[in-house]
Design a protein around this ligand. Structure first.
Ligand SMILES: Cc1cc2nc3c(=O)[nH]c(=O)nc-3n(C[C@H](O)[C@H](O)[C@H](O)COP(=O)(O)OP(=O)(O)OC[C@H]3O[C@@H](n4cnc5c(N)ncnc54)[C@H](O)[C@@H]3O)c2cc1C
Length: 348
C-alpha cells in the first residue's frame, strides 16, 4: 500500500531550488531531474517536485504513514535549509498534528560499562527495539538539561521539527547503535571519552555521568546501514569504531572485509568480527612510527577495484581529502559511504 501527501512550497526561485537540491543531495539520493520536474528517491519515500509558476507542487509517496511523516519532515528541513535567509512558505494538504516525530524513541539508562580505557558503553532500555535491528545504524541522541523533565521535539505546521528552546533546550549528538539486545529490550551505544583540554565534551560527559534511570531519546535510526558487497573496505577512528564493529559483526559469511582502524594505543583495540572474513589492521596514534589513518587509507584506496564498497568515517579535514581521491578515481557513489564524524577545532 502506498500513502500520498501533497504540498505547496513557495521559494524565491522554484527552478533554482530544484537545481540546488540536485547539486547538494545528488551524492546521497537517486534524483531524476528534467524540465522543471524532480523526483528524489529516499528510504522514507519518493518526493516529486514540479515547478508550477511561482511555486513548487509537491507529491510525496511512502509505504507507511510513519514514513510519509519522515519524508515530509526530511523535505521540509532541506527546503528551509537551502532557502537560507530567503522567504519560503510551505503548506501541506493535511497539516501535521503537533505530535512527536514518528522516529522519536524515549530511552532510559540501564547501566554503563567500560569497553576499553577510553570507550564507555551505555545500555539503554527502549520500549520497542525493533526499529534498531538491521537497517540504518545511527541516531541523534537527545539529552534533556540536568534536573529538568524532558520536553521532546514535535512536528511543526510546515513539517519541520520544532525543538524545545530556552531552559528546555536539548543536547543533540549523533551516535551509532552498537548492539541491540532483543531479549532485554536494550540498545547499546559506545561513547569515546575523547580528551579535549579546555573544551566541554557534552556527549562524552553524558555517558561518563550516566546513572540508571536517566532519561534520553533517540531520533532515528538513519544515516547508513551495513553495506552489501562481496568486498568492503572499512577505515575509521574511534568514533567510527562502533559502526565498523557492527558492520564486521553483521556482514554475512562470504563477505570479504578489509579494515583499518586508528586508536590511541593497543589498550583501545577491541575484539570485533563475525561470520565474514576480516583482514584488520590497527594503527596506534601514540606509537613513534605511527602511520596516520588518512595516509594509510589513501594508500589502500589506490589498490581497490571499482566493485569494492568503500566505507570511511573519521575527522572532517581527513574526509575532504579522501573524498577528493575517490572522486578522482571515479569511484561509483553508490558504492561508498564517506562521512565525517567529528571536527577538529579550527582554533588550535
Ligand atoms: C553518523 C555518526 C555516528 C557516530 N557514532 C559515534 C559513536 O558511536 N561513538 C562515538 O564516540 N562517537 C560517534 N560519533 C562522533 C560523535 O558524534 C562526535 O565525536 C561528537 O562531536 C561528540 O560530541 P561531544 O559533545 O563529546 O564533543 P563536541 O562538543 O562535539 O566537541 C568538543 C571537543 O571535542 C573534540 N572532539 C569531538 N569528537 C571527537 C573525537 N571523536 N575525537 C577527538 N576529539 C573529538 C572537538 O574537536 C572539540 O574540540 C558519530 C558521529 C556521526 C556523524
Amino acid at each position: 500500500m502506498t500513502f500520498h501527501l501533497a504540498g505547496i512550497a513557495r521559494p524565491k526561485a522554484p527552478a533554482l531550488m530544484l537545481d540546488t537540491l540536485k547539486e547538494h543531495l545528488g551524492e546521497h539520493f537517486d534524483i531524476a531531474h528534467s524540465d522543471g520536474q524532480m523526483t528524489i528517491t529516499t528510504e522514507a519515500g519518493a518526493m516529486a517536485l514540479t515547478v508550477d509558476g511561482e511555486q513548487l507542487a509537491i507529491a510525496l509517496a511512502a509505504p507507511s504513514t510513519e514514513k510519509l511523516q519522515l519524508a515530509r519532515t526530511m523535505l521540509a528541513e532541506y527546503l528551509f535549509y537551502f532557502a537560507g535567509d530567503d522567504p519560503l512558505e510551505l503548506t501541506w494538504a493535511e497539516p501535521p498534528a503537533p505530535t512527536a516525530p514518528a522516529n522519536l524513541h524515549e530511552v532510559r539508562v540501564v547501566a554503563t560499562e567500560s569497553v576499553t580505557p577510553h570507550m564507555l558503553r551505555v545500555k539503554f532500555a527502549c520500549a520497542d527495539v525493533t526499529p534498531f535491528i538491521g537497517g540504518n545504524m545511527h541516531v541523534r541522541l537527545l539529552v534533556p538539561p540536568k534536573g529538568r523533565p524532558p520536553v521532546w521535539p514535535v512536528i511543526g505546521e510546515d513539517g519541520r521539527i520544532k525543538w524545545p528552546d530556552g531552559p528546555d533546550s536539548l543536547l543533540i549528538r549523533v551516535y551509532t547503535i552498537r548492539f541491540v539486545d532483543i531479549e532485554r529490550g536494550e540498545v547499546w551505544v559506545d561513547f569515546l571519552q575523547h580528551p579535549a583540554e579546555g573544551t566541554k565534551t557534552p556527549g562524552a560527559d553524558f555517558a561518563r555521568d550516566a546513572k540508571p534511570g536517566d532519561r534520553a531519546a533517540f531520533l532515528g535510526p538513519g544515516g547508513g546501514a551495513v553495506p552489501e558487497a562481496e568486498h568492503i573496505f572499512l577505515a575509521g577512528d574511534e568514533a567510527a569504531l562502533p559502526a565498523i564493529a557492527r558492520i564486521a559483526g553483521e556482514a554475512p559469511a562470504g563477505t570479504r572485509l578489509t579494515a583499518i582502524i586508528e586508536v590511541e594505543n593497543a589498550f583501545e583495540e577491541q575484539a570485533i568480527g563475525g561470520a565474514a572474513d576480516l583482514d584488520l589492521t590497527w594503527l596506534h596514534r601514540a606509537s613513534a612510527d605511527h602511520k596516520s589513518l588518512a595516509e594509510a587509507t589513501r594508500e589502500a584506496i589506490t589498490g581497490l577495484d571499482s566493485e569494492t564498497f568503500v566505507w570511511i568515517a573519521c575527522e572532517k579535514g581527513d574526509i575532504r581529502d579522501i573524498r577528493a581521491l575517490l572522486k578522482n578515481r571515479q569511484h561509483d557513489r553508490r558504492k561508498m559511504y564517506v562521512a565525517w564524524y567529528w571536527e577538529r577545532d579550527s582554533i588550535a
